[in-house]
Write a new protein. Structure first.
Length: 386
């Protein structure tokens, strides 16, 4: 219907312009319009009248449908004088603030410009509430020393993979399989084709978020609490990003290598990655496996314990999400990418529901991104098989 109306309005604009041009032409030439021009003008005017009639009828029908929708919404909304159980059965509890808004009359009557009306919460559509941090939870003495909160701004995995900034909510990438090699070709002979398989993939970005509530009094009495909570929320986002990257690697189909020990399997994995045409730069290990490898190397070399030493020249990266007993070797910058929409953002507001009158604030942290493995051949899963 929208396409048809657009075609009608475009046709009317064209006819109006043609009639204007014809009149101006006759005026410039200081003459009356010819019979042919008058006939064309009459036909255009008749067509414009017909188009106007159709547009008026459609507008009347659309207004009638909007009025009917508003009436149905009023009939479907349970009156306030009904008992609470009847109101809940007539209008089930929404699951989120978004559902409360889109089911409201303010949303249905919103014309898309400016601000919508305020949605008032009632006892049959309350929002989910969470526990609030209060002064009783803090046990605040006269002098408060703020605790140290470990601040992890960048997950270790993000240091070894490719990070691509994106400007939209949907990302696309191509997974390329196959590792062709050029050949020597005689003069005048046909050149061989490189065999590659391209698999395009499209996915929406993931939103990683969580929040807590805290009273204004708690923030006033212990101002450091905000930095503590913010640090914890940022740390939670960081762990979620690392988990998302690890999930993408686990979901991909990777080459495998094995050895009598995990150290030997890692060396075999290096050869597998190199044979696929990539240069491995890191090995991701479970922290317990990293510790065991350090002890093994120290016991063999007797050069003294060294934390963070390389294994076969690869940079070790600890990840608690890595499966114990399995090491992932590879050219991580070629094999894995994190599509980053925005960094971690932290917001604080009292504009949610009735938090303002309760002196309660919400601290929210969120980030948007997507992990992908466009080059599976650049990685290799290594496992000991004694």
């Amino acid at each position: 219907m929208i396409t048809y109306l657009s075609r009608l309005t475009a046709e009317r604009d064209s006819l109006t312009q043609a009639a204007t041009d014809l009149s101006e032409k006759a005026a410039r030439e200081d003459r009356d319009m010819t019979d042919t021009e008058q006939s064309s003008m009459a036909a255009w005017q008749a067509r414009c009248v017909d188009i106007d009639k159709q547009l008026v009828e459609y507008n009347a029908q659309a207004e009638s449908q909007r009025s009917y929708a508003r009436l149905r919404a009023q009939l479907d909304t349970p009156p306030d004088d009904l008992p609470l159980p009847e109101r809940r059965s007539a209008n089930p509890l929404p699951l989120s603030a978004g559902q409360v808004f889109v089911e409201s009359e303010q949303f249905r009557s919103y014309n898309g410009r400016g601000q919508s009306g305020v949605v008032e919460l009632t006892d049959y559509n309350p929002l989910e509430q969470r526990a609030v941090i209060t002064t009783a939870d803090l046990a605040i003495p006269n002098f408060v020393l703020p605790p140290r909160v470990q601040d992890i701004n960048i997950p270790p995995l993000l240091n070894i993979i490719d990070v691509v900034s994106v400007s939209g909510g949907v990302v696309e990438w191509v997974t390329v399989s196959g590792d062709p090699q050029a050949q020597v070709v005689a003069e005048g002979a046909a050149k061989p084709e490189a065999v590659l398989t391209f698999t395009p993939t499209s996915a929406p970005l993931d939103t990683l978020a969580h929040w807590v509530q805290i009273t204004r009094q708690a923030l006033e009495d212990a101002a450091y609490v905000r930095s503590v909570v913010e640090g914890k929320l940022r740390r939670g986002i960081t762990l979620a990003i690392a988990d998302a990257i690890q999930d993408a690697v686990v979901a991909a189909t990777l080459p495998t290598a094995s050895g009598a020990t995990l150290l030997e399997a890692i060396r075999a994995g290096i050869g597998q990655v190199q044979s696929n045409g990539y240069v491995p730069n890191a090995v991701v290990l479970n922290p317990a496996d990293w510790a065991a490898l350090d002890v093994t190397v120290f016991g063999s070399t007797l050069n003294g314990p060294t934390i963070g030493q390389t294994f076969w020249g690869l940079t070790p990266v600890a990840s608690r999400f890595q499966t114990a007993g399995v090491a992932t070797v590879g050219d991580w910058r070629a094999g894995v990418v994190w599509f980053n929409r925005v960094g971690t953002s932290v917001f604080m507001s009292d504009s949610h529901a009735d938090l303002f009158i309760k002196n309660t604030l919400v601290i929210l942290a969120e980030a948007r991104g997507k992990a992908a493995v466009p080059e599976p051949l650049a990685l290799c899963e290594c496992q000991a098989t004694p």
